[in-house]
Design a protein around this ligand. Structure first.
Ligand code: GLY
Length: 383
């Protein structure tokens, strides 16, 4: 009897590998009739993609399809092209679809696989830090629809996730920083060893640390997420904590996209984590002094203001929030709050978020006060 998707072992499905092509070849079986590989138009990935395709071609009939990188590839029309490609290459219920790329490519490839003939096998090969620790794990598939991000999708686990940290050595530092924000988020949610590592690893990217630091770190990060997903696959509670910082992050992304100044998701998440943590009702109430409510005892026994630590981390590593030209700070704040107000997670007209009370302690569906958000945005936005 097959295991239901809800009981699926996410931890059991991912492999952390040094040599992607070699280790894939060891796991190939005769269960697949053919293989379709989806990857982005991304020259930096060419070598990794070619190695995987060469390996697979020794065993199967392989066809390859390139799709646009990033959010522009997450459309119904691209998904339709993938279905058509599957159709044109005589695919059937025993076809394996492999997605190689960042979160957006894996989202649309996973969605196409989960819906073609009611679902065919899907292997995910994340190639960015963000997708290795977050987007590539957990079985959320999606396309954007009617102007809304991730509006149509399924919860379907990939049957295998191949994580090869060596691929990261080809990526620019900005891309590492993008994923680093989700690592910090996991660190704050875990509140212990992972948070210590995130605090002390500045700047985050040094190629020579790739193996000694990144391999075990990525494994720990991926395990952390896998653990949460295994407990709450369909996001009925615990998994919502993974949205920490994302109410403000999505509002910032929408504002910058509207003004043709798109910012990286990681930049938005980093600022979102900081602003939401500072805006939390428990830090702004008068019952405790704010320094007292923000103080934690760190591993070395010292008392520490964790929000100050986060503030340092965000302000020194991420680009500042420069508002659109010819726009006043007041107007920018108004627009950002309007976007936050229309977030689908909100209830009864209140802005809510998954907000950290302290590292290791996140409260979902926490109301965020508009005037507190307003003053924090005026503190951090720059004209
Ligand atoms: N990225 C949040 C989640 O997968 O639930």
């Amino acid at each position: 009897m097959s295991t239901s998707q809800d009981e699926f072992s996410v931890r059991g499905s991912f492999r952390l590998v040094d040599d992607l092509a070699a280790e894939i070849s060891e796991e190939l079986t005769t269960e697949f009739s053919n293989v379709v590989v989806i990857h982005p138009q991304q020259p930096l990935l060419q070598e990794a993609v070619s190695n995987v395709i060469d390996t697979l071609s020794n065993y199967y009939k392989v066809s390859v399809m390139e799709i646009p990188d990033g959010e522009s590839g997450k459309s119904l029309s691209i998904c339709e092209k993938i279905w058509q490609h599957l159709e044109d290459h005589q695919s059937n219920r025993r076809t394996l679809l492999i997605g190689i790329g960042g979160g957006a490519v894996l989202d649309v490839a996973g969605f196409a696989a989960s819906t073609f003939m009611r679902g065919i096998a899907f292997w995910s090969i994340p190639t960015t830090l963000l997708s290795m620790v977050d987007a590539g794990i957990g079985g959320k598939t999606a396309i954007n629809f009617s102007g809304f991000k991730n509006h149509v999708g399924t919860f379907t686990h990939p049957s295998k996730i191949w994580i090869c940290p060596q691929i990261l050595s080809h990526l620019p530092e900005t891309e590492m920083l993008n994923g680093w924000a989700e690592c910090v988020k996991h660190g704050l949610l875990e509140g212990d060893e992972l948070w210590e590592k995130c605090k002390n690893q500045i700047p985050p990217v040094q190629p020579h640390t790739l193996i000694s630091f990144w391999k075990p770190f990525i494994e720990q990060q991926a395990m952390f997420k896998a653990n949460i997903v295994e407990q709450d696959f369909k996001e009925n509670g615990l998994r919502e904590t993974l949205n920490a910082g994302h109410t403000v992050a999505h509002a910032l992304e929408s504002y910058y996209t509207k003004h043709n100044l798109p910012i990286a998701h990681g930049t938005a998440v980093a600022w979102g984590l900081l602003i939401e943590s500072e805006a939390a009702p428990w830090h702004s109430t008068q019952s405790k002094s704010s320094a007292e409510s923000r103080s934690i005892t760190s591993k070395n026994g010292h008392s520490e203001d964790w929000i100050q630590t986060l503030q340092y981390l965000v302000t020194t590593q991420y680009p500042s929030l420069q508002i659109a030209k010819h726009h006043s700070i007041e107007l920018a704040i108004e627009e950002i709050l309007e976007y936050a107000n229309s977030d689908k997670k909100n209830h009864h007209g209140k802005i809510v978020g998954s907000v950290l009370e302290s590292p290791g302690n996140c409260k979902i569906q926490t109301p965020l006060n508009k005037s507190t958000l307003k003053s924090l945005l005026s503190k951090y936005l720059q004209a």
